[in-house]
Design a protein around this ligand. Structure first.
Ligand code: LMR
Length: 392
């Protein structure tokens, strides 16, 4: 029976890690999986997290189980950053639970969507490939709409059309900020419109906020999410701390549900707890506990936010340098300057992606998605020259 299982392709994005590692060239460039890198090409642990981890090692007295909801101190401390300091629970309508990374949160959210009787999820194209994989694995249908126009702006007409054509039993998955893979986000004005379109539909919003603080700032990057939550009756919110706390492999995330009546919250969330129990039982503690310690300590919070500012500023500089290269070979790098977060798409053909790897030792996803944080003062001119070479 096990022998009947069919060979599955390796995850294309994760396979890039090995491909890059096995290239012996000293000047190879990794623009693949989404991790932040400093100007020296390192992905260090945040100093604020290191300090919190030391504190944790000294002060943690037990590693006994916490339950399927994980560290609720972590979950609650994060809420003012996500939902706003003024009313972080939206009058008692929001509650959350800890999950293993943003993926764990999406898995639970979409499993709850399925359990609640929704049949289909409206997803932008392109989206993070795992969005569609999770939907497929859960047996949820997907309705795709075009996310961006060729000139590098959002395709609002396509989104309007998808919302207008939605049926009963549809949910919609939207990236809160720093769209993965395009870096093309909705403007505040567009979010205002999306919020009112969703308010007059029956679509359940599932909002994925995996890069808060990497676009324009912690508050700015929450604008769209907060606008939608202010207008709709119910929503699910998937959060990742992997990038904005640099905790990648520690897998730190949270799932929040917003309901109409606070009295329903415990019942709704009991489904999240039951699904977690059936999937991973309880989330790993360490990273979330470190985030909680950062957020409980004013000095560590200030330090973390300053480190996040530095990351964002560096990515803005990289984007500005790429944009100033303008028309490079057969592609225009200018739009990258106004895009956000770790990713942008350069419209390479499949052959050009291969040539960038084989001829120049530059690795990025087959979609042409580059992780701009992989570019440094030391390698950015090599990248620009290679783009000119393969696209000329
Ligand atoms: C990415 O898109 O590179 C990140 O979200 C990492 C991942 O798990 O795919």
């Amino acid at each position: 029976m096990l022998n009947d299982l069919k060979q599955q392709p390796a995850d294309a994005l994760l396979a890039l890690i090995k491909l890059h590692n096995s290239d012996p060239r000293a000047d190879k460039i990794d623009l693949g999986v989404g991790v932040y890198r400093t100007g020296d090409g390192e992905t260090p642990v945040f100093a604020a997290i290191k300090a919190a981890e030391k504190k944790l090692a000294e002060e943690q007295e037990s590693k006994a189980y916490l339950g399927p909801e994980g560290d609720m101190g972590f979950v609650e401390k994060l809420m003012p950053y996500v939902f706003g300091k003024a009313n972080p629970t939206m009058d008692g309508r929001i509650e959350g639970m800890q999950t293993p990374g943003g993926t764990g949160s999406l898995r639970l959210a979409l499993a709850m969507v399925k359990r609640a009787g929704y049949k289909r999820v409206i997803v932008g194209k392109p989206s993070w490939p795992n969005h569609n994989q999770i939907c497929a694995d859960l047996g949820l249908g997907v309705l795709e709409f075009n996310h961006a126009t060729p000139d590098g702006t959002t395709d609002m007409d396509a989104l309007r059309g998808a919302i207008a054509s939605a049926e009963d039993g549809d949910a919609i998955l939207l990236h809160g900020c720093c769209h993965n893979p395009t870096g093309i986000d909705y403007s505040n004005g567009e979010w205002d419109e999306i919020a009112s379109l969703l308010a007059s539909s029956k679509i359940l919003p599932v909002l994925d906020l995996a890069y808060q603080g990497l676009g324009h700032g912690m508050e700015e990057d929450a604008y769209g999410l907060r606008r939608v939550l202010a207008t709709v009756p119910e929503a699910l919110i998937c959060y990742s701390c992997d990038k904005n706390f640099g905790l990648y492999r520690d897998r730190v995330g949270a799932l929040y549900a917003m309901v109409v009546d606070p009295a329903d919250l415990a019942r709704v969330m009991s489904n999240g707890h039951a699904l977690a129990r059936a999937n991973w039982s309880q989330p790993p503690d360490h990273g979330a506990a470190a985030v909680r310690l950062v957020l409980e300590d004013e000095a560590l919070t200030t330090q973390w936010l300053a480190e996040l500012d530095q990351m964002r500023d560096r990515m803005r500089e990289v984007r500005a340098t790429l944009a100033s290269a303008g028309k490079t070979g057969g592609v225009d790098l200018t739009p990258i300057g106004i895009q956000n977060g770790l990713f942008s798409i350069v419209p390479f053909t499949a052959e050009q992606v291969q040539e960038m790897r084989t001829k120049h030792g530059i690795y990025f996803a087959g979609s042409g998605r580059i992780n701009v944080a992989g570019l440094t003062t030391g390698n950015i001119q090599k990248f620009i020259a290679a783009v000119a070479d393969v696209t000329a």
